[in-house]
Design a protein around this ligand. Structure first.
Ligand code: ZN
Ligand code: ZN
Length: 198
């Protein structure tokens, strides 16, 4: 019975309670430290996993290319504003309303040139040209924008990019090194950056 406890016993009991409280406090502190460490590790891992802009937009361009409707190859493009806002995407395929290359083949029309030679034209629009034309369709301004494309632009698309006011062109891969060097010089001349992914 508590009434029968001596002062010494009361003091022992009180010490025991204080020790228990200290143990609990230490336990809570350790748990908080563990949780803090786990959060720090998760933040570090998330930071390490977070893709840089090149990787982010080129991964997106690759996903866009999956919708290509042309057997000649799958290319995807993403146009982004200077404020990092996605303006438009494009992949290679025939113009709206024209039967896909996958059904009728890439060959569309042929014409006789002024030198008498026959030249055939493909039905597909390239990814970059498609993105630029689709931006025109909805009145989206491309001046000072950046174009991410899964492979380097061809000469025709490069001209369109320059004329649309695109200021940076980032290629995921370069297939034709000789043309690439020439394209870089053309872009330098136009004060446009043409570079590979970083
Ligand atoms: Zn085609
Ligand atoms: Zn092209």
């Amino acid at each position: 019975m508590a009434e029968d406890m001596t002062i010494q016993e009361w003091q022992e009991a009180a010490k025991h309670v204080v020790a228990m409280r200290d143990d609990m406090a230490a336990g809570i502190r350790a748990k908080r430290e563990d949780a803090g460490k786990a959060i720090d590790e998760a933040l570090l891992a998330a930071r390490a996993k977070r893709p840089a802009w090149d990787e982010y937009y080129l991964t997106l361009a690759k996903d866009v290319s999956d919708r290509a409707s042309c057997p000649a190859g799958h290319v995807g493009a993403v146009i982004v504003s200077a404020e990092n806002v996605i303006i438009m995407t494009g992949y290679n395929g025939s113009p709206t309303g024209i039967t896909h290359c996958t059904e009728l083949g890439c060959s569309w029309v042929s014409r006789t040139g002024s030198d008498g030679s026959e030249r055939s034209y493909a039905r597909h629009v390239h990814a970059e040209a498609n993105a630029i034309a689709r931006a025109a369709r909805v009145g989206a301004r491309l001046n000072a924008s950046t174009l991410y494309v899964t492979q380097e632009p061809c000469p025709d698309c490069l001209k369109l990019c320059l004329q649309a006011g695109i200021k940076i062109i980032v290629a995921g891969t370069v297939k034709d090194r000789k043309w690439w060097h020439e394209a870089v010089m053309i872009c330098n001349n136009a004060s446009v950056v043409l570079r590979e992914r970083q």
